[in-house]
Design a protein around this ligand. Structure first.
Ligand code: SF4
Ligand code: SF4
Length: 496
């Protein structure tokens, strides 16, 4: 347990009184040269960093029109101020979305607007100084890019895009974040965030096959690098070993087995996560995404299905085709890509799976909508499918399901507190404090409906909750994978 106070869960959600600068000390470790270079960034703060930062900002304003619109259109209405979980959990006014945006907006005005160039004080424009850069490094790493604030902004201003832009500028001047950049470098070198090489991955999957056989008496396969398989499963590498993630992977395998599907995992693209998005670097996002294309071509698959990972699904759903497409070599009868929940839901609808819901009777469940699935993508071919489909899969797997308060689910969902590249121990304080709104909503359903477990479809949410739930009096085992529920309930017969 780190040295800070866990916020108190109140009976009713309250907007805190502001405490200036209380989170100014929160900064992630700075990336070393060894992790900067493979991503194409300078290894340390450049001598002429101010010039490079302004030049980079100008380049991005030209490339990303939305960025300029977001910077120009805020009317300071205040609707977003109490919508960020990090403000609600810390009381620091710079964690209000509008104040976070202003950190970049002030510099933008100084160098890119007439009024800011000639009358800076009148429009709150400031020079790009080291103090400003330090503030950026701190507060743009207290934004999980969850986009909750944008839902409530009358202009739809997306603070996530602004924080991604700030991180891209910081990387360009040599001040990158260690956690994200080290991980991306690992993907380039080994193929996944964990640095799990092919032999270790093969061992792990064989171990899973033995465990499932022992448990169920059924020879469910977890295949690796099978050429000519129909389906390529791309899943977060956490699924290969950590609890509760691996229980989800076991579930995917059982679903494929029950459907008689031919599928494989790839050792080349053994990672669904794409941290290129967190650092705002489309170039790195593209390089990571291309590994999936290469694997699909090499293995000759017909479909691509993603496992449970929130931001990976955003990158896949929103960007995969533009980053790594066209995928015209895949079977056109299936969407590119598909989510594992979509796949399972389709089988359930067709009556192709036999489920024994009582296998989950020891749990009373609620569901956490992950931000990148809820607000930045969709699932299936129905509007709001990203809310309906996972819930239908859960309800088909258990007898006791209760949603949390309506203000805290669907598009209004609260971030777990660890998204957007913040899932690192050096940011534990902001992670714990940022989890307050979700923990408050969870406590309410625990008290009202006796909920015992929280299900999620995101590797980051699952890891974050395992770590922060004990701070709020819950147990780390209370977070479960959606396909873990499927795995418990699915009845396998051995026809396949
Ligand atoms: S995107 Fe999310 S974390 Fe960032 S400011 Fe908005 S609400 Fe806060
Ligand atoms: S809700 Fe939108 S317009 Fe209003 S202060 Fe926030 S960002 Fe600005």
């Amino acid at each position: 347990m780190a040295n800070f106070e866990t916020p108190e869960i109140k009976e009713y959600p309250t907007i805190p009184l502001i405490k200036e600068g209380v989170m100014a000390h929160s900064k992630p470790f700075i990336s070393k040269d060894a992790f900067q270079q493979p991503l194409g960034f300078p290894g340390e703060l450049l001598d002429n960093w101010q010039d490079v930062a302004i030049e980079k900002m100008g380049e991005m304003l030209g490339k990303y029109r939305g960025l300029q619109v977001f910077l120009d259109s805020c009317v300071k209405c205040g609707a977003c101020t109490d919508k960020c979980h990090y403000f609600l959990g810390t009381s620091d006014p710079k964690n209000m979305p509008v104040a976070r945006q202003d950190l970049l907006r002030k510099v933008y005005r100084r160098y890119f607007t007439f009024a800011g160039k000639y009358f800076p004080k009148l429009v709150g424009a400031v020079d790009m100084t080291k103090e400003v850069l330090d503030d950026w490094y701190s507060y743009f790493h207290q934004c999980s890019q969850c986009r909750r604030c944008s839902v409530y902004c009358p202009y739809g201003i997306d603070t996530a895009e602004i924080s991604m832009a700030a991180r891209e500028i910081m990387d360009a001047v040599g001040v990158g974040q260690k956690y994200c950049n080290e991980i991306i470098a690992k993907v380039y070198k080994i193929g996944n965030n964990l640095g799990l090489p092919e032999p270790a991955l093969r061992d792990t999957l064989e171990g899973l096959e033995e465990d499932v056989l022992e448990d169920t008496g059924v020879a469910v396969k977890y295949p690796l690098d099978v050429k000519g398989a129909d389906i390529l499963l791309v899943t977060p590498s956490a699924d290969f070993f950590a609890e509760p993630h691996v229980d989800g992977l076991i579930g995917y395998g059982k679903v494929f087995h029950a459907a008689g599907a031919s599928w494989t995992i790839s050792s080349h693209a053994s990672e669904a996560a794409n941290f290129g998005m967190f650092i705002g670097s489309y170039e790195n996002m593209r390089k990571v995404a291309l590994r999936i294309r290469e694997a699909a071509l090499d293995l000759g698959v017909k479909r691509i299905i993603f496992g449970e990972c929130g931001h990976a699904w955003r990158v896949a759903y929103s960007f995969l085709n533009t980053l790594a497409g066209p995928f015209d070599f895949l079977d056109p009868r299936y969407p590119v890509p598909q989510h594992i929940c979509e796949y399972t839901y389709d089988l359930l609808k067709r009556g192709a799976l036999t489920m024994d819901k009582s296998a989950n009777d020891h749990m009373r469940l609620t569901f956490h909508d992950s931000c990148n699935v809820a607000r930045a993508s969709r699932m299936g071919d129905l509007p709001g499918g990203q809310f309906v489909i996972p819930r239908e899969v859960i309800k088909a797997s258990c007898n006791h399901f209760y949603d949390m308060n309506a203000d805290t689910i669907h598009e209004g969902t609260f971030c777990c507190g660890g998204g957007g590249g913040l899932l690192t121990d050096d940011l534990m304080e902001i992670r714990v404090k940022g989890a307050l709104p979700r923990m408050s909503a969870l406590k309410q359903v625990v008290e009202e409906h006796g909920v015992t477990h929280l299900a999620a479809i995101c590797a980051i949410c699952k890891s974050q909750f395992s770590k922060v739930m004990p701070y709020y009096g819950f147990q780390m085992s209370q977070i479960v994978s959606v396909h873990q529920l499927v795995s418990n309930a699915i009845v396998l017969n051995d026809k396949q």
